[in-house]
Design a protein around this ligand. Structure first.
Ligand code: ZN
Length: 315
């Protein structure tokens, strides 16, 4: 019975405790403004931590939307270069960094697929990044991950990765996803430089150009949630998860519980999925938050916590 199933549609995992805590430290959730009592988890995103929380909450499937930013990795590596390099030494070092980044995204994605093979409850969505894999390489890598490593979808984070969701360098990757019928889960929200790369409006051109592609606009628009309803009403291939934003409903920029529930109502509750955004928040708290929303029926909330993800993501 799919209506009994519980799914976490948005989880991040890291290969080591160190990798998880470094990423958490370097990733500030700023867009909602301030909120005094934000519920955060102590976890850092290891597989074991997640499995314990899944067991405790009867969540049988978790979608692993791993995040990789060539831009951020490159910035850190370039800042660590010694100062007195000649131009040619510098050129060589930059080429080495680019090669390392290419290898790194591929091995991170392979790891995601490998752990998902070992744990039947994990569903791997692999990172795609045209700044790591330029030209045709990104689409080729995604095809390889889906066809040969059982990747179930693709994860994007335009604000963190530094490209627009409708950047045509992504078109071949979108084409592959549409052709192979695998969905994309993409972060949405404002970016620090106000480029609008991942705001709901930035998804318009890609949703229009790839009408068969299922695109999950994560966080319901996040800090730019006021743009979300229009995109939902214009593009039937847009879907949503309510993670992160649901933890910030007493913040200065986020919606209230009432506004969030109304937004889900207006979009259509069958197009919205629950996620935890673990290891930023806890799975049990994410479930509680959905069930505490006003305006939605018990049945609609139960679907948000499981059955919708089964249908939308084809689990
Ligand atoms: Zn996330």
């Amino acid at each position: 019975m799919t209506d009994m199933i519980r799914v976490d549609a948005h989880v991040h995992l890291y290969r080591t405790r160190e990798e998880g805590s470094t990423e958490k430290r370097g990733y500030e959730v700023w867009e909602y403004g301030t909120q005094t009592d934000i519920h955060e988890t102590e976890c850092v995103g290891t597989v074991d931590e997640l499995l314990v929380q899944m067991e405790a909450t009867s969540i049988s499937k978790a979608v692993i939307v791993n995040l990789f930013s060539a831009k951020v990795n490159r910035q850190i590596a370039v800042a660590a270069l010694p100062e007195q390099l000649t131009e040619s030494e510098k050129g060589q070092r930059l080429a080495d960094i680019n090669a390392w980044i290419r290898d790194e995204i591929i091995s991170f994605n392979r790891w995601n697929c490998d752990i998902s093979r070992q744990n039947s409850g994990l569903v791997p969505f692999v990172a795609a990044d045209v700044n790591a894999l330029p030209g045709p390489l990104c689409a080729q890598h995604v095809r390889d991950m889906v066809e040969n490593h059982s990747a179930a979808g693709v994860k994007l984070h335009g604000a963190f990765q530094g490209f627009d969701m409708s950047d045509e360098r992504l078109w071949p990757t979108y084409q592959v996803c549409q052709e192979l019928a695998v969905p994309i889960i993409a972060h949405s929200g404002p970016d620090r430089d106000s480029k609008g790369f991942a705001e709901p409006r930035a998804f318009g051109r890609m949703l229009k150009a790839f009408p068969q592609l299922r695109v999950v606009i994560a966080h319901l628009g996040g800090g730019s949630w006021a743009q979300t309803l229009e995109i939902a009403q214009t593009y039937p291939n847009a879907y949503f998860d309510c993670c992160e934003i649901i933890e910030w409903t007493r913040s200065t920029n986020g919606p209230t519980d009432q506004q969030l529930a109304q937004l889900i109502r207006d979009i259509g509750p069958d197009r919205v999925m629950m996620g935890s955004d673990f290891p930023w928040y806890d799975l049990d708290h994410s479930i509680d938050r959905v069930f505490s929303l006003p305006l939605l029926s018990q049945e609609e909330k139960e679907r948000i916590v499981g059955a919708n993800a089964v249908e939308i993501l084809g689990l």
